[in-house]
Design a binder for this molecule. Structure first.
Ligand code: HEC
Ligand code: HEC
Length: 321
């Protein structure tokens, strides 16, 4: 709150807060002190005969409202909210706290950071114990999985969904189809360091060829039966660079000729019924023509090894039920 350029803003904020609270109280009090006559209406009528009774607010409702005002007063005593007043607890979310004279007293750590550090220090022994266990074992520990689930709910659901089943562009983590590998170490490496997919665009291909290839790819999972397009598409597919990424054997020098996915490139299996984007022919064609660059962020720097290990076990448990 030291950012105020003049005392005016300090009193301005205090004034608005106090006046709002007073206004709430006056409103409540005035409503409570009106005398009501049973059966009397306000005189308003809608739809010809729908009349509004002039009854008092329910008691529980007024009481709740009074309680929120009491809560505000207590809150404003302990925490910042009234202009420059720091609050009795001297709490601050900023990177510094102010001394009595209003200058920066502690630039090293904020209250928030020190609270985070305290919790992390408390967690350390537990996390170290978990870190010593391998992922399949950890995945069977109910206590650990409870914690893993909470971490997942905090950091992962915005992309993968609260059920970990993903959505368009965000993979389902509960099945046995893995873009980057489903072995415990592979899952852990994905979460720790993140992954960047690079499906190259094929903008020089004609729209017709792209459509042919899309039909061939769809036919691999029984989604197209346009035999002419499929035949032309397969030839174009084999002529193009698709198998350099989608063939699982390419890196080991033993190409299979089947695009059943390549975890070293993060290239999905094109022969199964699981779609990262969609089986809609137009979306498949769009992927082929314009490429895709999906990114999974890395978490080790932010969460540390222990929590990443726990998350890997949680993801593993979701796909090994
Ligand atoms: C900002 C969105 C986002 C967040 C947040 C996110 N992910 Fe992901 N995640 C992705 C995307 C996108 C992919 C697919 C990357 C690709 O296409 O190569 C992915 C892929 C993965 C994979 C690999 C799946 C496979 O088939 O190989 C795992 C495992 C994973 N995420 C776990 C997590 C966990 C655990 C968290 C929480 C710590 C998390 N993700 C948070 C976007 C996200
Ligand atoms: C440079 C490597 C590379 C090449 C070459 C490549 N792909 Fe891909 N492909 C990928 C990667 C990686 C992904 C995943 C993209 C993502 O996660 O965003 C992908 C995704 C796809 C998808 C989406 C699958 C789904 O589940 O939604 C299709 C379809 C596809 N590729 C077809 C092709 C075809 C057809 C060709 C040849 C014309 C081709 N790819 C060439 C790497 C490649």
């Amino acid at each position: 709150m030291s950012d105020f350029t003049s005392e005016f803003w300090n009193f301005y904020v205090i004034g608005i807060v106090v006046l709002s609270l007073l206004a709430c109280l006056i409103l409540l009090w005035s409503q409570g002190s009106v005398t009501y006559t049973a059966g009397k209406t306000t005189g308003h009528a809608w739809d010809e005969d729908l009349e509004e009774y002039n009854n008092p607010m329910p008691k529980w409702w007024s009481l709740l409202f009074y309680l929120t005002v009491v809560f505000s007063v207590v809150y404003l005593f302990f925490f910042p909210g009234l202009g420059k007043y720091q609050g009795y607890l001297n709490w601050s979310s900023a990177k510094y706290s102010l001394g009595a004279d209003g200058t920066v007293a502690n630039q090293a750590g904020s209250k928030y950071q020190s609270e985070v550090d305290t919790v992390n220090r408390k967690l350390e022994p537990t996390l170290n114990r978990y870190l010593a266990l391998d992922i399949p074992t950890l995945a069977k520990d109910p206590k650990a999985m409870e914690m893993g689930q909470r971490l997942f709910q905090s950091y992962c659901i915005q992309c993968h969904g609260s059920d970990a089943k993903g959505s368009k562009g965000f993979p389902n983590l509960t099945n046995d189809d893995w873009q980057w590998g489903g072995e415990p170490e592979q899952i852990e490496a994905t979460i720790a360091g993140g992954r960047t997919a690079a499906m190259t665009p094929h903008t020089d291909m004609s729209d017709e060829t792209v459509k042919d290839i899309a039909n061939y790819v769809l036919s691999l999972s029984g989604e197209s039966s346009d035999s002419e397009r499929i035949a032309r598409g397969e030839a174009a597919f084999r002529n193009s660079d698709c198998l350099t990424c989608h063939d699982p054997g390419i890196m080991t020098g033993q190409p299979t000729g089947v695009p059943s996915g390549n975890i070293l490139m993060g290239a999905p299996n094109l022969t199964d019924k699981v779609w990262l984007y969609s089986r809609n022919p137009e979306v498949v064609a769009d992927t082929i023509k314009n490429g895709r660059n999906n990114q999974m962020p890395g978490w080790e720097g932010f969460l540390g090894k222990g929590k990443v290990h726990l998350l890997a076990a949680y993801v593993y448990s979701q796909s090994h039920k």
